[in-house]
Design a protein around this ligand. Structure first.
Ligand SMILES: [Zn+2]
Length: 247
């Protein structure tokens, strides 16, 4: 199917979702990185700053509060970035000037690698209130890992990050969104209290697995973004659950 047609269908589904689920429930949004328009992005998943700024305007313009952590069932938005790319650091001024303190999920084996933040970068942003949590050590498909491999991924990244930040890291986000019952139980045994998935929905509406929903908005047009903010992506919840959760 042509890209434009696909994107029109996606937008229409989001609009229908926003009409059906129409809510101001608190939500976690996720991106991978940001870059100044015209600059070469650190990753193809990066969001141009012009679009990101528009998203922030829409959040504020619709009466949502941007928070470091969700504490209320309604009206809050938490921003998250996966992988730990350099673009957020390069654009930190915008975040700081606007009081944005997102959570960044770090792949610990990639710290200091090309396009990724270094130990110093992470420490410096943490001082400004950015939150850092785990995105495993090597970013594998967790559904293909044995229990021993899972434990290794979870504990290594937790230990490295906790030491680096001098504080306990207790949240994890699953690479590529994949998880199963074993992933959940080993993550909890490894000391993680909050498990973030890539299944869309509201913060409080935990699914059967008890994982937190997140809504991917890195390329959302202003209209798609607004519909997502009001619950539109919940329409894809079942589809994403089938894709990401393997028994
Ligand atoms: Zn990732």
């Amino acid at each position: 199917m042509r890209k434009e047609v696909k994107s029109k269908i996606y937008s229409l589904a989001l609009l229908l979702g926003a009409i059906k689920f129409n809510n101001k429930n608190s939500k976690v949004l996720y991106y991978h990185d940001v870059h100044e328009d015209g600059d070469v992005p650190e990753t193809v998943m990066s969001t141009p700053m012009s679009l990101f700024k528009k998203h922030i305007e829409i959040i504020k313009g619709n009466g949502f509060e941007i928070v470091r952590e969700v504490t209320k069932p309604k009206g809050q938005v938490m921003l998250t970035f996966d992988d730990g790319y350099l673009g957020v650091l390069k654009n930190r001024t915008y975040f700081e000037e606007n009081g944005l303190k997102p959570t960044i999920f770090i792949i610990t084996s990639r710290i200091g690698k090309p396009n990724f933040m270094s130990v110093e970068n992470i420490k410096s942003l943490a001082k400004s209130g950015f939150i850092f949590q785990s995105h495993t050590h090597t970013h594998p498909d967790l559904n293909l890992c044995t229990a021993v491999e899972l434990e290794d991924e979870f504990i290594k990244s937790k230990t490295l990050l906790s030491e680096l930040l001098s504080k306990e890291v207790n949240a994890i986000c699953f690479p590529k969104g994949f998880f199963n019952d074993q992933t959940i139980s080993v993550a909890r045994q490894s000391g993680y209290k909050k498990l973030y998935s890539s299944i869309p929905g509201s913060y409080l509406e935990r699914n059967a697995f008890g994982v937190i929903c997140r809504n991917l908005v890195q390329f959302s047009s202003p209209a798609d973004f607004k519909n997502t903010l009001f619950g539109g992506m919940t329409i894809f919840k079942k589809r994403y659950t089938n894709q990401h959760y393997h028994e």
